[in-house]
Structures are given as structure tokens and as C-alpha cells.
Design a protein around this ligand. Sequence first.
Ligand code: PDD
Length: 279
Amino acid sequence: DPVYLNGRFLPLAEAGISPLDRGFLYGDGVYEVIPVYSRRAFRIDEHLQRLQATLDGIQMANPLSAEAWQAVVLKLIETAPWDDQSIYLQVTRGADDKRDHAFPPASVPPTAFAFSSPLVTTPAAVRAKGVAAITVPDLRWSRCDLKVVSLLANVLARQQAVAQGCAEALLIRDGLMKEGAASNIFIVKDGVLIAPPKTHLMLPGITYDVILELATAHQQPLAVREITETELRAADEVWMTSSTKEILAITTLDGNPIGNGRPGPYGEQMWQWYQDFKN
Ligand code: PDD
């Protein structure tokens, strides 16, 4: 299956970039992950808007217009063998002929890369049981609202979870739970869905927005406010959400059950609404 690199579609094995690429040297780049259902990209406009917002946030020009990105994504979707896909986009500040932290001259073109992989949905048996998570200190920088490829703190947090047989690490900063290593986190308490607010310390998830829309459309009690670590542990339900995981119940936290230790009814309802909505 061909991948997209700097204006061309070519086999992955032939897609090469310079070892001086600033994505490689500095993690100086941005990315997006777009889910595709039955060969239709889900919420692509919103993903491309977030890509633009992240590029603006790090003063990088977008190498492609929204229309051009749409065409790239469409072509990847058409040529991939899978109906349900995950499209990955990445833009870096390109490769200069010398290493310097400051931006390269304007003559250096950015690197733009995109490829498709199969969207692996969570097996029903895993969803029925829920997954385990741990809490870890949030060691990231202060612009977590930008979807940048400098992901070392997220990588180390997720690896710590996996090493303990868990699916996700929940990031705690100043006593507040911000999000997961690669997901947004919601809690339910006494029938109220609670979502952390969009600040510089959380990625504004596209799935997060869909869930707030669905809760509102179904007239569910909803609170968007900070969640303390104490509230997190006392929640009736905890969910992780992302473009690839959709909505997944966290039923164990640091070895202790959340609620009765089983996925709750609200999460199952929201998962069903999401299935109906995405198709
Ligand atoms: N991660 N928070 C973080 C830190 C994330 O990395 C992600 C997504 C989310 C959820 O955002 P969305 O609903 O737009 O997927 C929240 C992607 C899937 C990834 O890094 O692979």
C-alpha cells in the first residue's frame, strides 16, 4: 500500500527522509490520527482544524491546504485494503544541512507524511470486562493542547502502564487528573458525566467533543470541570476515549476497582450512541 510523502504516493520501503529531519533530531513536528469507518473518514474537518491549530501553535506553515489534505486522505483510503482504517498524518519542520535549535531558513521545505493502517477495534470481550489503568505524575510540558510528535513523557507513562499489565496511564498534575497518556478521560459520579475542561494541559480530543455533543443531544447531566485525583478514585465509572479506542471503560485503577469493578451502564449507553453516530 502506498504512503504519502512530500507530494508523492510511493511504497513505504521507498519512502525515505533525511537523518537531519527535525522531526528526528528535535521531535519538531505535529501529527494527527483520523479514524476511517467503511472507507469514510470520521470528523476529518475537525482533525484538519486541530492540525492547523497545532501548526499555528508552533509557528509552522501548513504544507497543504485543507482541500489538499482531504485529497491525500481520500487517496490513502481508496488504495488501502481495509474498510476501517486509521490515517496517520505528520508534518515536521524539514531537514536543514546543519543542526541548529532555531528554525531553519524559509527555503527549507517541511516534511509531510501520511499513511493508512487497519483500525483495530477493541474486542467485545475486552469491552465487556473493561481495562486496568494506573496513575502517574504528569511530566509533560505546558502545551499539552498541541498534538506534537515530542511524545517522550507520554511514551514513558504508557510503557509504565503496559509493564504493569495495564492499558493506560492517567496523568496527575497538581492533584488533578488531566487525561491519559494517549486518551481523554471522563468520569461518571451519581449519574453526572464529568469531563476535564480544555486547557493548555490537555489535548482537545475529537472524540471528547463527540461525547460532549452526544451527552447534550441526549439531555444527560454534564459537568465540564477539573477532576481531582480523589474524585477519580471515588468515581462510579471511568472511561478512556480516543479516535482509535472510541469509548473504553477503565474498571481497575492502581489495582483497586472503579465502582463495582465492571463497566457501568452510562459507558455502555455512550458506546452505543457513538456506534450509531459514527455510521
Ligand atoms: N491519541 N489525549 C492524548 C494525549 C492523545 O494522544 C489522544 C489521541 C487523545 C484523544 O484525542 P482524539 O479523540 O482526537 O483521538 C487525548 C492518538 C489516538 C494517538 O496518539 O495515537
